[in-house]
Design a protein around this ligand. Structure first.
Ligand SMILES: *Cc1c(COP(=O)(O)O)cnc(C)c1O
Length: 376
């Protein structure tokens, strides 16, 4: 078939299945329940202005103009890494252009010929791509089923030098959380087990200092590769890993999405440092966010719809794609911007509205949200 005919046919198929995506423009005048600005920092003008007021010198630069291994290892990058390692109590930290860079590159850099990957069924696409690029043997365990992970470890772990278990602390589509105490306890029974934890939706939101779920559950010392992203609750851009010093040095030498890309601009790194320093004092925002999450999940369950959420992300599963699109339109006309999530992002037949709460939400708007949901 002719190239462009094939593209048109593919698009037609997506349209017929109500799966065609287009880039939505940012909503104006609607309450935004679709962003990852969990702490409401993006909308915090006072915080932003106090950042700009103290910004000086090299930290004002808008580009790093080269990769980290050339001249992009700016003072801001080095300071941020030192501060991250100190905050987490790890030997080292390394900053990346994005969470996508981190997850597509880390595994390939550290995996050996006898590494087995054991991954949760619902891990983020960036980790799936990372596993594909690394080319190691891998098995998936049923979503959030550590009993199943244990069975697979019993069956396979002894055949490999090491097993890298990859999962997330807060899952982005269901808002459910991994039992990190049970996860880290697996290490006692499987000495060659390593843990790779993606905290993209946990950082900023959980933990006494906002460092994520591993901090909240007191298991930081048992996570070998902890990936955090900076573009969500921290309202900046980029990502990081906190880990042992040797692991960081291997990444600097081997990780392609770290080496072959321009470093983050100093101004963004300076903003990340500014937010990171302010994070411990944001406990009230975190508590309010958790409380809204619990109330919204209860409201979904009150409709007779199962909801696994234990976080600021709360799905309302409606099933068919067109029902999700219609529900999103109803919320939109009530003043809320919430997007329908459809396959292939979520499994077939589980199209949903995904409420992504933010501490910037007023009590009045939150009350109205509960009313609209109830009326649907
Ligand atoms: C958003 C996200 C990423 C990607 O992070 P970016 O910095 O946006 O590239 C990785 N993992 C998970 C679980 C995410 O939700």
């Amino acid at each position: 078939m002719h190239f462009y005919d094939r593209l048109r046919e593919t698009l037609e198929g997506l349209r017929r299945g109500a799966c065609l995506r287009a880039l939505p423009s940012t909503p104006k005048g609607l309450v935004n329940l679709s962003s990852n600005d969990y702490l409401g920092l993006l909308e915090d003008e006072a915080l932003r202005e106090s950042f700009y007021a103290q910004l000086h010198g090299e930290a004002r630069l808008l580009s790093a103009a080269s990769s980290r291994l050339l001249t992009g290892s700016t003072e801001e990058a080095r300071l941020l890494e030192t501060e991250l390692a100190r905050a987490y109590g790890t030997e080292a930290a390394l900053v990346f252009g994005s969470g996508y860079h981190a997850n597509t590159g880390i595994l390939q850099a550290v995996a050996g010929p006898k590494t087995l990957v054991l991954a949760d069924k619902l891990i983020h696409a960036s980790m799936i791509d990372g596993i594909r690029l690394a080319g190691c043997d891998y098995v998936r365990f049923r979503h959030n089923d550590l009993g199943h992970a244990r069975v697979l470890l019993e069956r396979r772990a002894a055949d490999y030098d090491e097993v890298m278990l990859m999962t997330e602390s807060v899952f982005s589509m269901d808002g459910d959380r991994t039992d990190l105490k049970a996860l880290t306890a697996l290490k006692a029974d499987f000495p060659n087990l390593l843990l790779y934890l993606d905290e993209a939706h946990g950082v900023g939101v959980f933990g006494p200092n906002g460092l994520g779920c591993a901090e909240a559950e007191g298991v930081l010392g048992d996570i070998d590769i902890l990936v955090g992203t900076l573009g969500k609750a921290l309202s900046s851009t980029g990502a990081y890993v906190v880990c042992r010093a040797d692991l960081r040095d291997i990444l600097v030498n081997r990780m392609r999405p770290f080496i072959f890309t321009t470093a983050l601009p100093p101004v963004n790194l300076a903003w990340t440092r500014f937010v990171l320093a302010a994070l411990p004092a944001m406990a009230a925002r975190r508590e309010r966010l958790q409380s809204m999450g619990r109330r919204l999940a209860d409201a979904v369950r009150a409709k007779g719809v199962p909801c696994a959420s234990a976080s600021q992300i709360v799905p309302w599963t409606v099933g068919p794609n067109d029902a999700a699109v219609a529900a999103a339109a109803a919320f939109r006309s009530a003043g809320f911007y919430v997007l329908p999530i459809r396959p292939p992002t979520v499994p077939e037949g589980t199209a949903r509205l995904r409420f992504s709460l933010t501490a910037a939400l007023t009590e009045a708007d939150f009350g109205r949200l509960l009313e609209v949901l109830e009326a649907q």
